[in-house]
Design a binder for this molecule. Structure first.
Ligand code: KG4
Ligand code: ZN
Length: 328
């Protein structure tokens, strides 16, 4: 069946068309550049960009898929969590589309959709249970997933999310926004143990705000206005990234031991990180490990359509027209 998905929870306006789990088109316009000078996403700017772009990406996605609108069997959209103004643009657009085409409509959770990005463009059956790990700009969650609709949070970020800390550190060091890619590109394995940073953790919950403060203090120790030499900067940021990756691996490994689960599925923007991906492959080589293809690590509508398709196809889910978008 053909599923159309829409995603507007943050700064990407995206529409995708899938045939079952195969991605026929995935068209995204990002407002990232408009936010860069503010050092983070400005909700009002994101909402206005979605309003400008939603019709453009939708028409383009349907055209690229080589379909007519009436051929679409199901409309899915991110319903939560996200910036409420941003969410509402895609959510109401999708709802209207479903009503006008007289097609079923499903609102899905953005974080569960991130987990789903690993299953796109693949044909083998999805097997349960597994641990789902979402590392994004707003969340660092670990889920015990027993079925598409049996998802339990077993760990979460208690303060800053993983990607958020990359962004805040990069901003403080004057390296621009978003910070994940710049720090990732700067990482040098020879300097990863220079400074013994540590992340906070309680049970399977993660805390990244302590390491953020420690990194900034260390930077100021070297240079009070954070104008560091290249080598100091590489030492600090490589040590920071190493500590973050070590913590993620340890927490996930402990959770897999506790729940006796050896299938891991990761998702979210931070999964673009080269060092993290390499370490996950090394550390979990004896596990069944699903990482999203790089093109689906960031926010995209294909993952939304994929999850919606499975909820409808495997579980018979349909959302009511009265469903509301929610920030949390
Ligand atoms: O999932 P995502 O695209 O949006 C949210 O739902 O939040 O994640 C965006 C986050 C940003 O904080 C960004 O800095 C981070 O993902 N990110 C990375 C990398 N690329 C993006 N973090 C670490 N390494 C990267 N290569
Ligand atoms: Zn996301």
């Amino acid at each position: 069946m053909y599923t159309l998905g829409i995603e507007t929870s943050c700064d990407e306006t995206s529409c995708a068309v899938l045939y079952n789990r195969k991605v026929l088109s995935n068209v995204t316009i990002s407002s990232l550049k408009e936010h860069a000078k503010y050092g983070g996403v400005v909700p009002e700017i994101a909402t206005r960009a979605h309003l400008r772009n939603i019709n453009v990406v939708t028409r383009e996605a349907v055209k690229k898929a080589g379909l007519a609108f009436k051929k679409i069997d199901l409309i899915t959209v991110t319903a939560n969590p996200g910036l409420i103004g941003a969410l509402l643009v895609g959510f109401n657009y999708a709802k209207s589309l479903a009503l006008s085409l007289n097609k079923p409509f499903i609102g899905v959770n953005h974080l569960y959709a991130h987990i789903f990005s690993s299953f796109l463009d693949r044909t083998e059956p999805i097997t349960f249970p597994f641990l789902g790990v979402v590392l994004s700009g707003g969340h660092s969650d670990i889920y015990l997933i027993k079925d598409f609709d049996k998802i339990k949070v077993i760990g979460k970020a208690t303060d800053d999310a993983c990607g958020e800390v990359y962004d805040k550190i990069a901003r403080a060091f004057g390296m621009g926004y978003p910070g994940g890619k710049v720090i990732d590109d700067m990482f040098d394995t020879r300097y990863k143990d220079t400074i013994p940073f540590k992340c906070g953790r309680r049970g399977f919950d993660l805390s990244f705000s302590g390491i953020k403060t420690a990194v900034l203090y260390k930077g100021k120790e070297f240079s009070s206005d954070l104008r560091l030499t290249e080598i100091d900067r590489i030492s600090i940021l490589s040590s920071f990234q190493n500590a973050v990756v070590n913590t993620i691996i340890k927490v996930v490994s402990d959770a897999s031991g506790k729940y006796n689960i050896r299938h891991l599925v990761f998702g979210g923007g931070v999964l673009a990180n080269k060092y993290l991906r390499m370490r996950l492959h090394d550390e979990f080589s004896s596990f069944k490990l699903d990482l999203p293809p790089l093109k689906y690590t960031g926010d995209n509508a294909a993952m939304v359509a994929g999850l919606g398709f499975c909820l409808y196809n495997k579980k018979g889910f349909v959302s009511k027209v009265s469903l509301k978008a929610k920030a949390r």
